[in-house]
Every structure is written in C-alpha cells, then in structure tokens.
Design a protein around this ligand. Structure first.
Ligand code: WTA
Length: 679
C-alpha cells in the first residue's frame, strides 16, 4: 500500500519528463551511484569512455542510467545479480515501477499534445495521429476493460493484431495492470496461435475483425475463432473493428471499442517489481516447439530506450520510422517500448513496401517527414530491383539515420540503401540482435563523431555488451581476424530472463554449450580492426524474409502427413527472401500420387505454421543421410543442394555413405526438371 501511495504522489507531481523528478530516487545503498550521475556527468562522456565504463563498472553505468532515465515507484537497492552459468539474471533488485507510466504518463505531464503514434494505414494518405494524452486515455480504457473482465496481475493476454494504435494500447494496458502480453504475429495460422495460447495459458485474446494489408482483407477473427476452440484457458476474446464489415460474435467475444467507450480514461498503474514479467514472445529454436521468451520490466525498458536513442541518434522532434510488425521483437522494442519511453513520435506501418507501388516507403517518408528509417534487408532487396526513380521522386531530406535488422544485409542492398535512399549522407546502421537480447547488441553506432561505418557490418558492441568468439572446443578465440560462435560474456539488462514455463530449457539452449557465456546461435568474424561481422546461424534455425524459423518446426509439420515417414529441411539461398526452406522428404512405399502429396504438404505447413514457412523446394528421396546414432546430417543435404560441384564434403561419419549418391542423383534430376520448366 505504501508503494501505491508513493506511486500516486509521483504521478500527481509535475515532473520534468523521464527521470526521477526533483526528489530523485532514494539511495538505499551506498554502492549505488548518486542521483543525477547519468544526467549530469555520464551522458556527456565520449562514447568510447561510456563503453569502457559500461563493461568495467556495469553497476555504475546501468545503475545511474536506470535511476535517472526511468521513473521509479520504489528505488532499487541493488543493480544486478547475474550468473550466466545458471541463467540467473536479475536487474534493479527491489525496485518498483510501471512501464506504461514511463512510456505515457511522464510525457503527458510535459507535452500531452505531442504525437506519440502515427498510424500509417494501408490506404496511403489516410494516416492517423495519436497524441500522448490520447494514447494514455486509450490505454487506460483498455486496461479497465481487461480488469473488468477479470484479467489480473500476472495473467497472460494474447494479442493477435496487425500494427495499430489499439495493438500498442493493448500491450501498454497489460503493462499498466501487470498482465503479461504475448503478441502473436498476425500471419501465423490458427494452430500456431493455439499452440502459443495453450503454452502461455492465456486468459484473454485481443484481436480485430479483419486485417488490411496491401489492399487485401485478412480474416483475423476467423483464425482466432478456430484457435480458441482448443484453448480452454481463454475466457474472453476482445474484438476491435478495423473494417466496417460485420463480424459474427460468439459467446466469448466482446466488442472492444464499445466496451472501452463506457470505461473511464484513467486507470491507476500497478507498481511492479523490476523482475515481474512484462511480456512473452514466442520464437523458434532448433527444436520443433517455439519458445516463449520472457522479458521483464525495468531492464528491458532501460535497454530499449538507451539503444533507441544511441544507435539511431534519436533526438526530440524526430519522427521514428521502424516499419516492423508488432508481432516481432523489432516491433516491441523499436515501434513501441524504446521510442515511447523516450517520448518519441513513432510510426506504425500497416502496409507493405510495394503497395500501391514500390515507392510506398519513400512516399511515406516524405509525407510523414520521417527522420529514422529502420527496415529489413529483404524489403530492400525487393525494392532495388525497381527503377531508382521510385525512390528519387520523393523528398527524403528529413532522413537522418537508416537502419537494417533481422538478417545479414548484403553489399548490394547496403549500397543501394545508403546511396540511393540516403543520398550517401545518412549513417546506415546494420543492427545485430535477437528476440532474446531484447535490443540491439552490435551496431556501428554509438561511436565517436566521425568514426567510420563499414558497409554490411554490425561492427561495434553496444554499451555493456562484451562479444566473444568461441571455437568448437569451447576455447575463447582471442585476437583479430578470427571466426567462431558468437557469445556474450556479461549479462546486460535487456536480455531474456527465461523460457516461459521451462527454465531448464533456457539454460540448456543458451548457457550450456559455452558455460559462462550467453550463446547466440550465430557465427561471427572479428576483422583486423576488431569489428564484428555476423556470418549466419550455426544451428538449425533459418531466416525467411527476416522471419526466424526452426527447420524442426517445418519437419514436424511435414511428418504429420501419413505418407511421410521422415523429412529434413534446410535453408536454401534466395535472392530476395534471403533464405527459403528446402525440404527433403521420404515417402512411404507405394505412394503414387506424388504431386498431390506435395500439394497437401504445402497446405499442411501453411495451416500448422504460416504461409511464409511453406518450402519452396521439395525433393523426394528414398532415404536421408544419417550418422550411426541415427542423427540426420543436414550439413550434407546443405552441400548437395547448394554446391554446384556436387561435392558432399566429409561423409565418413555416415551410417551408409551410398545414400549420398542417391540424393545427388535425385537432386540432379530435380534441377534438370526445373530448368526444363523454366524454358
Ligand atoms: C539474425 C530479430 C545478421 C540472426 C531482431 C539472429 C541478423 C536472428 C541481424 C534473430 C543482422 C538479426 N545481421 N543477422 N544485422 N539481425 N539477425 O529473434 O541470425 O527475429 O540470431 O530477432 O536474426 O532473429 P529475431
């Protein structure tokens, strides 16, 4: 109760934006940095010194940043308690705060009419602006709706919506009352959605009647209806009306706008512990079952806000344009939490890069005066195939920083983005990070004024990040010009805390291969100058148009077909999507209708996972290459599919090496047939 009182006092005090306000946080321990250390001293240091401090004295660095940049209900008494070996990660212990207050109320106090969101709707020229005051009111109404329908602190709420102000309000409403949101990308199938709802045991779902993308309508509500049939934990489905089209409302369904209008626009924020859950976000790993990555309150918020400011050089008055969907971590960290914590104006991009034409991004930049444009290489690779006039006819003088995320950016796309889109005058930051890292970990910025940016390279660790390259035997690779498994040697506040409901799996997946390090699953090269270049995944995860997917998930879907005893999926290079799934399938003896089975397999993957997961290539083989212990050797399949020489590499560990010749022959026939078809 005392905390609640203090919270109210803080809220009613007119502060000076994000920060501790006149009183500052109480210092509970002499080892904590003095109030104001960040604002008055550290934030003025050169970036090189800040980085050094962040890794040599994380308590001082993060403690002062957290105290000064976030508003606390109760101050933390200890900066961190982390042990990577056991996956124990706690930051800002004892502190209490509310994320929605930091993203909304603190800004409403100082600039209520500043635009928080610009919803760039699918139909060009119909954008909607939402001020901080309006977003706070909408969030409070939605929070009250959740509360009045029994959603309480700690309950999980699934959000199955395209990017929109109500999706953002739903996330912040959960944060306001201490519920845990799990946003599911609205391109996932009903089965994929159901699997996530079941794993998280969600009590409610927030969705819309339909989505609108590239001029097409997508029946989201129908997908939710199909999903919740197998989800007994769901008590209510809140349905927003994105389109005028009527929706059939079932027993669980609640018309969202209607019930919001009768709720008050204020809702007292729940004071939450720094380490209470903020959200779960499901992502793929090397097994078939997606993992519910757990992020908590204070550390995540601080890390997204600091990276948003420093990596993208965000300043007051900027319009931040991250075109990611809220269904992915990029949307969480750089559409919602980082920008809003910094009081920014953030763009919600609902459309596609080619709707109604390939000039859409740049027309949007001109119309909204976007300062930072942050997108995925796959979209750039698609756009650079069109004439440059689609870019040049629009005024892009508002742009100051360009950013790329989600997959390696190739040189051609990097140069086109930099010189055509940015006219060669905007720093282009290739940002490397993951759902698990919470925010950007390696990127060219921040760096000293004038420090070079090398093309197609993530380059420099962010504050607090200590990248290490490890060799196959777990040895630390020192020096430059080396390649190895990319690991991180010290905990940072934005990192994931667990896998929902399975902490052992968390430890196993990230902290066991290289004890004492966070293992990213990516490989990297450290150049002669000590800069990092990501070389791609070292596990069975592939990246399709920037969407991460475990090959095992696709295999599990294929293997459900009664005619398929087993299958193996690998990533195959694609010039726009980056990678596409290539499936090797074994069919049962006597299956004659191969074409029909392959079509059923396509549909199976689409209904079990999502359309984008459907393999582009299917090769029917008699057997798969396996080791003596029965493990499928995907390395050999990768070689067969990608090496024009037909050299499968070392096959000595195979149980029966003759299988390789069979597969090479089948592959040759497959490529010949495709070439024939193209003619
Ligand atoms: C890949 C997306 C190369 C990488 C934020 C990582 C990248 C996975 C880059 C995480 C980059 C992300 N260069 N590869 N700049 N950024 N990746 O969880 O393989 O959807 O492990 O997070 O994307 O994907 P996720």
């Amino acid at each position: 109760m005392a905390a609640q009182r203090l919270f109210r006092t803080l809220l009613s005090r007119s502060g000076t934006g994000p920060g501790p306000g006149p009183a500052g946080p109480r210092r509970a321990s002499s080892s904590l940095p003095a109030p104001g250390t960040w604002s008055s001293r550290l934030s003025r240091l050169p970036h090189r010194d800040l980085y050094r401090l962040s890794v040599t004295d994380p308590d001082q660095f993060w403690g002062s940043a957290a105290a000064d940049r976030l508003r606390w209900v109760e101050p933390f008494h200890r900066v961190r308690d982390c042990e990577l070996r056991s996956g124990r990660i706690s930051w800002f212990l004892g502190g209490k705060l509310n994320v929605s207050v930091n993203c909304l109320d603190v800004h409403v106090e100082t600039h209520p009419d500043r635009v928080a969101l610009i919803w760039e709707r699918d139909e060009p020229g119909t954008e909607v602006k939402v001020t901080y005051r309006e977003l706070l009111e909408t969030t409070c109404r939605l929070a009250n709706v959740l509360k009045s329908h029994g959603v309480q602190k700690g309950d999980r709420v699934a959000v199955y919506m395209p990017v929109s102000p109500l999706a953002v309000a739903a996330m912040l409403a959960c944060a306001r009352i201490g519920a845990v949101h799990t946003v599911v990308f609205a391109g996932f199938s009903s089965e994929a959605l159901a699997g996530r709802i079941q794993d998280a045991q969600c009590k409610a779902v927030v969705t819309c009647n339909q989505g609108v993308r590239g001029g097409r309508l997508i029946d989201l509500k129908a997908t939710v209806d199909a999903a919740v049939k197998s989800c007994p934990s769901v008590q209510h489905v809140f349905v927003s009306q994105r389109t005028e089209n009527p929706t059939v409302m079932g027993q669980l369904d609640v018309p969202l706008e209607e019930v919001m209008s009768s709720q008050p626009p204020v809702c007292p924020p729940e004071p939450l512990d720094s380490e209470d859950l903020l959200f779960l976000l499901y992502t793929s790993g090397s097994t078939g079952k997606p993992k519910g990555i757990v992020h908590t309150q204070a550390g995540y918020l601080l890390y997204t806000s600091l990276t948003h400011q420093y990596v993208f050089d965000h300043r007051d008055g900027d319009v931040f344009g991250c075109v990611a969907d809220v269904g992915w971590i990029t949307g969480h960290s750089y559409v919602v939490y980082g920008p809003l914590c910094n009081g920014a104006t953030t763009v919600l991009f609902e459309s596609t890069p080619v709707y109604p034409d390939p000039g859409r991004y740049w027309e949007t930049v001109q119309r909204l005066r976007i300062s930072q444009f942050y997108g995925a290489p796959t979209a750039l690779r698609l756009l650079l195939k069109y004439d440059d006039s689609w870019v040049k006819k629009y005024d892009r003088s508002s742009l100051r920083t360009l950013g790329s995320v989600g997959e390696p950016i190739n040189h051609e796309a990097w140069h086109w983005f930099h010189s055509v889109v940015g006219d060669g005058r905007c720093p282009l930051v290739d940002t490397w990070w993951q759902t698990e890292t919470g925010g950007v970990c390696i990127a060219p910025r921040p760096a000293e004024e004038g420090a070079p940016i090398l093309p197609a390279m993530a380059m420099r660790p962010f504050f607090g990040i200590q990248p290490e390259l490890l060799g196959e035997k777990g040895e630390r690779l020192s020096g430059d010009d080396v390649s190895g498994a990319l690991c991180i040697g010290q905990a940072w506040p934005g990192m994931a805390r667990s896998i929902y409901g399975d902490h052992d799996r968390f430890v196993e997946a990230y902290f066991t291969a290289f004890p004492g390090y966070y293992c990213t699953g990516d490989g990297a090269h450290r150049s002669n100058h000590g800069f990092y270049q990501i070389t791609g995944r070292i596990d069975d995860v592939i990246n399709i148009s920037g969407h991460r997917l475990g090959t095992a998930e696709i295999e599990d879907a294929l293997d459900e077909h009664p005619a398929v005893p087993e299958s193996a999926v690998i990533g195959f290079p694609h010039d726009i999507k980056g990678e596409v799934p290539f499936a090797f399938v074994v069919l049962k003896d006597g299956v004659s209708e191969r074409g029909a089975v392959l079509q059923q397999l396509r549909e199976l993957v689409s209904t079990k996972i999502a359309k984008y997961a459907v393999p582009e290539h299917f090769l029917v083989v008699r057997r798969l290459p396996k080791t003596r212990s029965g493990k499928i050797m995907r390395r050999i399949l990768r070689k067969v599919a990608t090496e024009t020489t037909g050299d499968p590499g070392d096959v000595s560990t195979l149980d029966d090496p003759s299988v390789v010749k069979e597969i090479i022959d089948a592959h040759r026939r497959y490529t010949e047939q495709r070439a024939e078809k193209k003619k």
